[in-house]
Design a protein around this ligand. Sequence first.
Ligand SMILES: *Cc1c(COP(=O)(O)O)cnc(C)c1O
Length: 398
Amino acid sequence: MEKPAIAGGNPVRDTKLYYGHQYLDEADYQAVLDVLRSGNDLTCGPKIAELEEKLCWITGAKYAVAVSNGTAALHVACLAAGIGEGDEVITTPITFAASANCALYCGARPVFADIDEKTWNIDPQSVRERITERTKAVVAVDFTGQSAQLDELLEICREKGILLITDGAHSIGTKYKGRPVGSVADMTTFSFHPVKTVTAGEGGAVVTSDPALYERLSLFRAHGITRNPALMEKEPDGPWYYEQVALGYNYRMTDIQAALLISQLDKLDRFVARRREIVACYNEAFRRVPQLIVQEEIPESDTARHLYIIRLRPERLSIGRKEFFDALDAENVRCNVHYIPVYYFPWYRKLGYRKGICPKAEKLYEEILTIPLHYNLTDQDVEDVIRAVEKIAAYYAK
Ligand SMILES: *Cc1c(COP(=O)(O)O)cnc(C)c1O
C-alpha cells in the first residue's frame, strides 16, 4: 500500500493546490483599463447599469441592485424586507457568518434551522418547526451551489406571509426546476469575492422581480437618499434637491469593479462547464471510496458548483477530520472547511446560542473537508487530488 506523505511517503505533487482561486484573462484587464481611460464616472456610472442589466438577463429577475459585497447585499435585502428590532430570521448554521449577521445588523434574532442530511442544505421541515409569530423572513443558502428546496420553502413563506431571501453567494449559474436562481425567491443575493465563481475583487448584488422591494433596495444602498419626487415629503426646492427618507448606507460598487465583473460574467458558461467536469470526475472517483460520502443532489437543482466537499465516514477510518486535513496538506493539497456552524462563534455564544440546536449540522461539521475546485485546475491537478484522497483513505481505512 502506498504511504501518505505524512507517514513518510512521497507527496502526490510538489506545488500546493488551493481550494479556490480566481481566473483572470486579458479581457478582464482590458475591461478595467477601459473604464479608467474612459473619463466616465468611476461610481454610479454606465458600467453599473450595464452590469445590473446583465445580472437580470442571467438570473431571470426583473431588477438587480449592485452593491459593494455579498454581506452588504444580505444587509440591504433584510432592510428592504422590513426586518427590525424584535423580529426573527430563520437561516442555516452551515454557512458563512454573514447569512446570519445580516439579521443582527437589523436588530433581529437569527434562528437556526437544521440541515437535510443528504444535501446539507436547510431542511424545510426544520424551518417550519422553528417559525414563530416573530419570524419575518427565511434566509436560505444555496450551499456549495446546489439550490435549496425553493418551492417547499416558498410554500411555507407564503403560508406564513413572510419573505424568502436566498443567499446565492455560491450559486450563480445554477438552475432550479429549469429556472435560474434569482428568479424564484423574493430576493436573491450574490457575492463576487475572489473565491466565488465570478469576481469583481469585492462585489455583491441583490436581484428581485418585485418593484417595491427594488425601490427599497436602491434606497438602502445609497444612504436612504432619493431624487425621485414621488418618494419625497415636500416639493423639490429646485433641480439640486434630494431627500433622505430612510437610514441607508454607502454600499455602492465602483464602475471599475462592475467592468471586471461584466467581463467575468462573459465567461460564466465556461467557468460552470469546467467546474461541472471536475465535479463529475470527483464524484465518480469518490463514490468508489468506502470511507467517503459524496454530497447528494436534488433532481430539481441543475447545479453550478462552487465548493466540492468530501464527507468522511468516521466508523470506517482510523483518523479524524483534522488528521485527514493534515495528511492532504502534506500531499500539497490545501483544503478548507465550510463551515463552522455559525452559532459556535463566541459572538453568538454571548448572545445565548448553545451547542445542540442543530444536531445534523453539528455532525456534518465534524466530518467535512473542502477540496480544490476552480477553473484553473488542470486534469493533472484533479487527478492528483483524487490520488491523494484515495491514498489517505486506503491507508487509514478501518
Ligand atoms: C462569500 C459569502 C458571503 C459574503 O460575501 P462577501 O462578498 O464576502 O461579503 C455570504 N454568504 C455566503 C454563503 C458566502 O459564501
